[in-house]
Design a protein around this ligand. Structure first.
Ligand code: ST9
Ligand code: FAD
Length: 570
């Protein structure tokens, strides 16, 4: 039995009934075709992709420091190959490179299924998407390289982090020295690079941030280079010499063990030759095009795992018999019931359902903004998909495990691996702390809340009026502190103490809103799916949204105390 339990019905309901995907399809795609695509990716995910999920955890890749090479386990290789052969990556690639035009919402819906089954398959298969980016940003010669990457199924990485430059990417020390032939030599050590070394493709193209000699400090002085593992003939794509970038370590991790996380050393033994992307020094802006995609990917990964975690918990709770009905708790002769009859278990299940389905609606709504031509709203929502998606999914997966009691702690069930594999989602691609700052300083304060107001104005549900008012009060307060900080810089600490709280609160409001929109579409229907939508919206409105008032009061009472606590008092 596959560990992966998908919720295709909810995916289709959200895409078509909630978001009206029918109206966003290109001429050559109709609803039947899209539904068939979802069904096919679902089949692939539940079977071939899910089959190697546990094996990749128990038998992780083996690193040979002598040759700086990595061997991946065979079952995972099969899953990866099956995914690549399916050609689904074409939906994320420009048509000029053999791609297929498709709505972003459909792409991410399909990638929810892939990632719920085996997220590292998707992570290793970033090559075509990165080739697409190189095609859009690159020189004509780099556009040819992009074609080669696709034709030869080369892999790709995003290379930012260094030992002293994690959240603070601008602290990076890796340097780039220009060569007379127009190429660059990269020197430095990068850390934590996903898919930095493996044997799934004949070549790996690293997209690297490095600082040209003499360039400014900070992120604005960084440029983006493509640095291949093997040099190649730019006309034919034929592999030439090994380039001077080598994996010098592969980390041992808590989860996503089959995904290699590498230290990459550039230019230690021989030059690591690279080319400036687009022949323009716009590295951080170029890399953020990748980061935006990867933040979406990470949020969807977490939400996908919560969904399968919840569905596994629900199935277990419907079968596990323990205890009697609460009304007969003092009667030892009362019949034993399945645990899903206990109010406390129902509380856990309903909360998981609310977040799993509400966050699915949130990421699909976010993706659909690109299809609808509203990139500013997509920008505002991205830190929520990544930050709230990962935090709430991890939190809710602890309830999925809890639902199984002691059995949840065992490797007989996927829950413990889900939890270990999902923890990373609150960390990489910008920690939750960074997402909160991105949301407030970049996405709200810069336009004085204009895009946020536009979104909040759409929430015209009277049942949510109070929750909307709480969020408006929170952002109003923080914008006020932002103004005050112009005179007294220390006022910004008050903002910094609440950016994560705002992130989670706005996330809860949007989850509540989307659940209620779904429920409205189901009113009057008697089937279980529809009743579930109505029940979820009621439960979330009644039990989660009232917390926003307390959070707003906490903010109001914030003074400078936290920063005044002496360091040795912690
Ligand atoms: C990582 C990978 O963790 C983990 C998972 C890998 C999975 C597989 C890999 C491949 C998957 C790929 C799939 C999709 C592929 C798609 C490809 C193609 C489409 N939005 O505020 P400032 C820019 S990787 C847009 O002053 P600081 C902007 O240009 C490691 N742009 O920042 C801005 O200039 P301006 C991930 C943004 O104080 C400039 O940056 N590491 C945004 O200098 C400077 O901005 C991290 O994520 C934005 N939201 O630096 C680092 N924000 O203002 C986290 C900034 O003029 N740290 N820019 O427009 C941060 O994000 C920091 O806040 C910082 C601060 C570095 C930006
Ligand atoms: P730090 O930046 O040291 O953060 C530590 C804590 O301090 C966090 O809680 C953070 O929120 C907080 N913090 C830091 N700065 C601030 C601030 N200014 N304000 C408030 N709080 C702050 N990187 C790549 O380039 N490519 C990859 O492919 C890649 N893959 C990864 C895979 C794995 C498994 C891991 C673990 C990491 C990967 N990373 C990758 C790196 C990842 O993006 C960083 O780990 C992440 O950005 C955080 O940096 P850090 O670990 O140095 O933590």
């Amino acid at each position: 039995m596959s560990h992966f339990r998908s919720n295709v019905r909810d995916v289709k309901f959200t895409l078509f009934d909630l978001l009206g995907l029918d109206h966003l399809l290109p001429a050559d795609l109709d609803r039947d075709t899209v539904e068939a695509m979802i069904d096919e990716v679902d089949r692939l995910s539940r079977n071939v992709l899910a089959d190697s999920y546990a094996d990749g955890d128990r038998n992780p890749p083996v690193f040979d420091p002598e040759t700086s090479s990595v061997r991946l386990p065979e079952p995972f290789r099969q899953a990866f190959r099956a995914y690549l052969d399916g050609g689904w990556w074409r939906l994320d690639v420009p048509e000029e490179l053999g791609g297929t035009a498709a709505p972003r919402a459909l792409w991410w819906a399909l990638m929810e299924l892939v990632q719920g089954a085996n997220a590292p398959v998707f992570m290793y298969s970033a090559g075509p998407s990165m080739a697409g980016l190189l095609y859009r940003l690159g020189t004509p010669e780099q556009q040819r390289t992009a074609r080669t990457m696709i034709e030869k199924s080369w892999a790709a990485t995003m290379v930012l982090t260094e030992p002293e430059a994690g959240s603070d990417v601008g602290a990076g020390r890796t340097v780039a020295r220009r060569q007379p032939d127009g190429s660059w030599h990269i020197e430095g050590v990068k850390r934590f690079i996903t898919s930095g070394e493996h044997d799934l493709a004949e070549n790996i193209v690293h997209f690297v941030l490095a600082r040209p000699e003499g360039a400014a400090a900070g992120t604005k002085g960084l440029s983006m280079f493509v640095v291949p593992k093997f040099l190649f003939d730019r006309e034919t794509g034929e592999l030439l010499d090994r380039n001077g970038v080598h994996a010098t370590n592969v980390e041992r991790k808590m989860g996503i063990k089959v995904s290699t996380t590498c230290e990459l050393t550039f230019g230690a033994k021989q030059p690591a030759v690279g080319w400036l992307v687009g022949d323009r020094h716009e590295g951080i802006a170029q890399m953020f095009k990748v980061i935006e995609g990867a933040r979406m990917q990470v949020g969807v990964k977490a939400i996908a795992t919560l969904s399968t975690g919840y569905l596994n918990a629900r199935a277990y709770a419907a079968e596990r018999v323990q205890g009697s009905d609460l009304t007969r708790r003092a009667d030892p002769s009362a019949p034993r019931v399945t645990i899903d009859q206990h109010p406390d278990v129902r509380r856990m299940l309903m909360l998981q359902k609310c977040y799993a389905e509400g966050l699915r609606a949130l990421y699909l709504f976010t993706a659909a903004q690109l299809d609808l031509g509203d990139p500013a709203l997509n920008d505002l929502l991205l830190p929520l998909v990544k930050g709230v998606g990962s935090e709430r999914s991890f939190e809710m997966l602890t309830l999925s495990l809890q639902t199984l009691g002691g059995s949840g702690f065992l490797q007989d069930h996927p829950m413990e691996q889900y939890l270990r594999d999902t923890k990373i989602d609150t960390l990489y691609e910008g920690t939750t702390g960074i997402q909160g700052q991105d949301l407030f300083f970049r996405k709200i304060a810069r336009d004085r809340g204009a895009v946020l107001d536009r979104l909040l104005d759409r929430i015209d549900d009277p049942e949510l009026a109070e929750a909307v008012a709480e969020v408006r009060a929170m952002t109003g307060m923080m914008l006020g502190w932002d103004d005050d900080a112009r005179k007294d810089p220390a006022e910004v600490y008050r903002i910094g103490a609440h950016t994560t709280r705002l992130l989670l609160s706005l996330g809860d409001l949007l989850v509540g809103w989307l659940l209620r929109c779904q429920a409205r579409l189901c009113e009057g229907r008697e089937d279980g799916f529809a009743r579930g939508k109505v029940a979820a919206a009621q439960f979330f409105t009644a039990t989660v949204l009232p917390e926003l008032a307390a959070r707003r009061r906490i903010m109001e009472r914030t003074g400078p105390e936290l920063m005044e606590v002496p360091d040795d008092a912690f």
